[in-house]
Design a protein around this ligand. Structure first.
Ligand code: TYM
Length: 346
C-alpha cells in the first residue's frame, strides 16, 4: 500500500487479451451483450482487516482463480495530483452532471461519515460518483464488495441507466456481488453495533491481516462481549459473541451451531482464547506472504505498473466513446474555430 501514493488505479492482476478482443468485437457489432468483467477496489488508508478480507478480497481471489476477467484497484485519488488519471475524474464530472445533490445526500456512507466531521468536504459528497466512474469506465458487469457498498452500487446502476437512456447504450448495468449476510459486514471488536473499519480510531476494534500473534491475542481478549457466559450464536441479542463466532466460522468453515456445540462449557473469556488461536494459526501464512511481498517493492511496483497500463487502454477507449456521445469530442471543425477566435483576441 505504501507504494500506491501518487497513483489512482493499480491493477493487481492481469486479465486476458482474449477479453479485450471480445470487448472490441462487441462494440464493433453494436450488440449490447457485455463481456463479463469484474471490477472492485479498496481504499489505501490503513491496513487491510478481516472485514475487508472476508467481505470482499477473498471473493476477488476466488473470481480471479476461477479465470474471470478481473480488475482490482487501489482507490487512492485523494492522495494524488489529478492529471495522472484524467479518465476517472472526467467521467466523474460527466456523471455528476446527471445526478442530484438530494440523491447523493441520501447515501448512507455519506450520512455516516459527514456526521463525524464539522465541515463536510465536497469530496465526501461526490465520492460515490467517483466510484461510479471507476466502475463504469471499465464497463464492469460484476462488482464484488461488502454490504456497506450496496447503496453506492445502486447509484452506479442509476447513473448507468440515465446515461444509456440519454446518450444511447454505453454501459452495462453492473451487479453487486455481496458475500452472504453474516460475512458481508463484520463488526467492530470494541463496539459490535458498528462495522469493523479502518477509519475507527481504536486499533483494537479490528484484526488486521498483518497483526502478529500477540496483537491477535490482545485484541481477542479485549473484544467486547456481554454478561452471559455461555457460547451461543445470537447476532441480534449477543452481537459481540456472534461476531467472534462468525470470524471463527469464516476461518474454519464450521457452522456457528457446530462451533457452539464444540465449545459447550467454556465461558466467553476462555472462548476468546480459542478464537485467538484459530485466527493466529490461519492468518500466519497470509501475514508471512504479505511480509514477503513487502520485501520486494520492485516486483510490486512492476505488477502495479503493468496492470495500470492495461487498464488505461480500456479507460481511454470508454472515455472516447463517452466524450463523443456527450458532444465533448473536439472534431477538426471546432478546433479550427478555436484557432480563428484566438487570432482575433490577439
Ligand atoms: P473500503 O476500502 O472501505 O473497503 C474495501 C472492501 O471491503 C469491504 N468491507 C467490509 N466487508 C465486510 N465487513 C466489514 N466490516 C467491511 N469493511 C469493509 C467493503 O465493502 C469493500 O468492498 N468505496 C470503496 C472503494 C472503491 C471501490 C471502487 C469499490 C473505490 N472505487 C469501485 C468497488 C468499486 C471503499 O471505500 O472500500
Amino acid at each position: 500500500m505504501v507504494l500506491t501514493v501518487g497513483r489512482r488505479l493499480h491493477i493487481l492482476n492481469e486479465y486476458s487479451s482474449r477479453c479485450l478482443k471480445q470487448v472490441r468485437r462487441s462494440h464493433a457489432t453494436e450488440t449490447f451483450k457485455w463481456s463479463h468483467r469484474v471490477f472492485s477496489g479498496i481504499q489505501p488508508t490503513g491496513s487491510m482487516h478481516l472485514g475487508n478480507y472476508f467481505g470482499a478480497v477473498q471473493k476477488w481471489v476466488e473470481m480471479q482463480n476461477a479465470g474471470e476477467s478481473v480488475i482490482y484497484s487501489i482507490a487512492d485519488l485523494h492522495s494524488i495530483t489529478l492529471p495522472q488519471i484524467p479518465e476517472h475524474t472526467q467521467l466523474c464530472w460527466t456523471l455528476g452532471c446527471l445526478t442530484t445533490m438530494a440523491r447523493l445526500a441520501h447515501i448512507p456512507t455519506y450520512k455516516e461519515k459527514s456526521a463525524t466531521v464539522k465541515e463536510v468536504p465536497l469530496g465526501l459528497y461526490v465520492y460515490p460518483v467517483l466510484q461510479a466512474a471507476d466502475i463504469l469506465l471499465y464497463r464492469a458487469t460484476h462488482v464484488p464488495v461488502g454490504e456497506d457498498q450496496t447503496h453506492n452500487l445502486e447509484l452506479v446502476q442509476h447513473l448507468a441507466k440515465i446515461f444509456n437512456n440519454r446518450y444511447g447504450h454505453t454501459f452495462p448495468i453492473p451487479k453487486a456481488v455481496v458475500a452472504d449476510s453474516s460475512i458481508s459486514r463484520l463488526k467492530s471488536l470494541r463496539d459490535p453495533s458498528k462495522k469493523m473499519s479502518k477509519s475507527e480510531q481504536d486499533p483494537k476494534s479490528r484484526i488486521e491481516i498483518t497483526d502478529t500473534p500477540d496483537d491477535i491475542l490482545e485484541k481477542c481478549k479485549k473484544a467486547l462481549t456481554d454478561f452471559t457466559s455461555e457460547i451461543t450464536f445470537d447476532p441480534e441479542k449477543r452481537p459481540g459473541v456472534a461476531n467472534l463466532i462468525t470470524i471463527h466460522s469464516l476461518f474454519t468453515g464450521l457452522d456457528p451451531a457446530e462451533i457452539c456445540e464444540q465449545n459447550i462449557g467454556l465461558d466467553t473469556g476462555r472462548y476468546k482464547l480459542v478464537v485467538a488461536e484459530v485466527i493466529q494459526e490461519k492468518l500466519e501464512p497470509l501475514r508471512q506472504q504479505v511480509q514477503q511481498y513487502m520485501s520486494e517493492p520492485q516486483y510490486i511496483e512492476e505488477v502495479l505498473n503493468r496492470g495500470a497500463d492495461k487498464a488505461s487502454v480500456i479507460a481511454q477507449q470508454t472515455w472516447l466513446d463517452v466524450k463523443t456521445k456527450v458532444g465533448l469530442q473536439i472534431n477538426e471543425g471546432s478546433y479550427r474555430c478555436l484557432q480563428v477566435s484566438e487570432k482575433r483576441v490577439m
